[in-house]
Design a protein around this ligand. Structure first.
Ligand SMILES: Nc1ncnc2c1ncn2[C@@H]1O[C@H](COP(=O)(O)OP(=O)(O)OP(=O)(O)O)[C@@H](O)[C@H]1O
Ligand SMILES: [Mg+2]
Length: 476
């Protein structure tokens, strides 16, 4: 990829400075120059440079005065001061006025290049952070976290209890159940809310780049590592890092992550110096980690360490009470977004939506409502539900549930024509699901009831009660 040009404005009454730099630095730096402060200030407006090199001592307006004037505008590029012999007493004033760096004259061109790159990189990281914060603010995630069914109220209560702790939280649930919203909510409700929230999707970054991405690298660590680079853990310092799809993290990296969790420190790729960070870790996965441990793909010590608190997100079919609320929420959202005024779906359509088994959970419902709003036609719901059921049936008829990460979760796609009572069908479905999940967790924990109750996030007593109610026993 061709490098984008970086425009640098040199404000110096000695024309040689700009000439030496444009001769000595790589061609992706473009130099423009001004011979005095007044011309310099004008050129900041007309040339829009990415960086300014500003001489301290000049005829007329001094570098410090120029800096003071530039500070009056809302934004200005970073400024590196050029100071001649004997100017060191101005260093303090320049720092006070926000200069990013100092270079003594006479300078070595290579040294100037290092300073320029350092300042540009810091400014890039700053704007990346600002953008991420802005995105977070505008999304107001927690305000849009819809659901007042019992399972959701329990999830919300748990979020509020653990958000402002330093505990590592593992968020589990099927795809589309809202794991990312929960992660952002945990951050927003914590004391770290004004610090970065850094999301890393472990499945989306190529395996061999993930370590460098997370922990940074030192110049020369591998081909293409031309300079030192901070990793996401360093950038997220004081904030929260959200490791999404943690189940896809390669084994080699898992041990490094365990070390960070235990000591809050690590070494960059190719580095020797230990770097300490203060980062809260939140993870999410829709993979069955117990199975991954059994298959030797996930470290059990890491699993227990990540698992200080687990938030299980219920699937949408387990909380179908929330469907009408979610429908209204998405209708409002997409009417506003697409400038439509499409209102209410018929009670018939709503009850079809409530009864649907939502293999893609809330994401699937959201997409459906989006299409209805865009096309202003609720009749397409029938068609969408039919094709989604067809796909699910095709997808599940293939065999032993190989890819179904969440161990055997699939609801029947047909209904008993003699029992269409919403309450009764949903009640039975929930009971079946409860029984299945509880026996699944009990067998995963070798019938360790305390551990199982923890994973299920119910009390030990309720677990004993449910074991009796569903007549479960270790032989089954
Ligand atoms: N409780 C909720 N209220 C409103 N919108 C929700 C809720 N839960 C999820 N959504 C919306 O559903 C979509 C999917 O949510 P999210 O990306 O958090 O799911 P996920 O569990 O991370 O899925 P995946 O495992 O596929 O990454 C998003 O657009 C999100 O805004
Ligand atoms: Mg997600």
């Amino acid at each position: 990829m061709p490098k984008q040009k970086t425009k640098i404005l040199v404000i110096d009454d000695d024309p040689k400075v700009s000439w030496i730099l444009s001769e000595g630095l790589p061609s992706h730096f473009e130099f423009v120059s001004a011979r005095d402060g007044i011309e310099g200030i004008q050129m900041v407006a007309t040339e829009k440079p990415d960086l300014i090199l500003l001489d301290i001592k000049m005829q007329g307006m001094s570098g410090l005065e120029v800096l003071e004037k530039l500070n009056k505008s809302e934004t200005r590029p970073d400024v590196i001061m050029l100071s001649g012999h004997g100017d060191t007493r101005y260093v303090v004033d320049s720092v006070r006025l926000g200069a990013a760096e100092f270079i003594n004259k006479p300078f070595d061109v290579k040294e100037v290049e290092i300073h320029i790159n350092g300042v540009l990189e810091r400014s890039r990281l700053r704007s990346e952070l600002a953008r991420a914060k802005e995105e977070l603010r505008s999304q107001k995630k927690y305000a849009n976290f819809i659901g007042d069914s019992d399972p959701m109220l329990r999830v919300k209560a748990l979020i509020e209890q653990v958000a402002d702790s330093e505990l590592t939280v593992l968020i589990r649930g099927e795809s589309g159940t809202g794991k990312e919203i929960v992660a952002r909510s945990l951050h927003e409700l914590s004391g770290r809310r004004s610090q970065p929230f850094m999301k890393v999707n472990c499945a989306a970054i190529p395996r061999d780049l993930l370590e460098a991405e997370l922990f940074g690298y030192e110049k020369g660590a591998f081909t293409g590592a031309h300079k030192n680079k901070q990793g996401r853990f360093e950038v997220a310092n004081k904030g929260t890092i959200f490791l999404d799809e943690i189940g896809d993290m390669p084994m080699e990296l898992q041990s490094k992550l365990l070390q960070v969790l235990e000591q809050q420190e690590f070494v960059r790729v190719g580095g020797v110096q230990t770097i300490s960070v203060d980062v809260r870790i939140i993870c999410a996965t829709n993979r069955n980690l117990e199975e991954a441990i059994g298959e030797g793909q996930f470290r059990d010590d890491l699993f227990y360490r990540l698992n200080e608190i687990t938030i299980f997100l219920p699937s949408l079919r387990e909380r179908s009470d929330d469907v009408p609320l979610l429908v209204n929420h998405f209708l409002e959202k997409y009417n506003a977004l697409y400038n439509r005024t499409y209102s209410g779906l018929s009670p018939d359509t709503i009850s079809r939506l409530v009864g649907f088994h939502w293999p893609g959970n809330i994401r699937q419902l959201e997409n459906m409502i989006k299409q209805v709003v865009v096309r202003e036609d609720e009749s397409i719901i029938d068609e969408l539900i039919r094709s989604a059921s067809h796909q699910t049936l095709k997808g599940t008829s293939g065999g032993s549930g190989g890819g179904a990460g969440f161990g055997g979760y699939s609801a029947p796609a047909s209904y008993d024509p003699d029992d269409l009572s919403l309450k009764s069908v949903v009640g039975k479905r929930i009971a079946e699901e409860e029984k299945r999940l509880i026996s699944h967790v009990l067998s995963k924990t070798n019938w360790n009831r305390r551990k199982a109750a923890d994973l299920l996030q119910i009390s030990y007593r309720s677990l004993l009660y449910k074991i009796k109610e569903y007549a479960l026993n270790a032989a089954k």
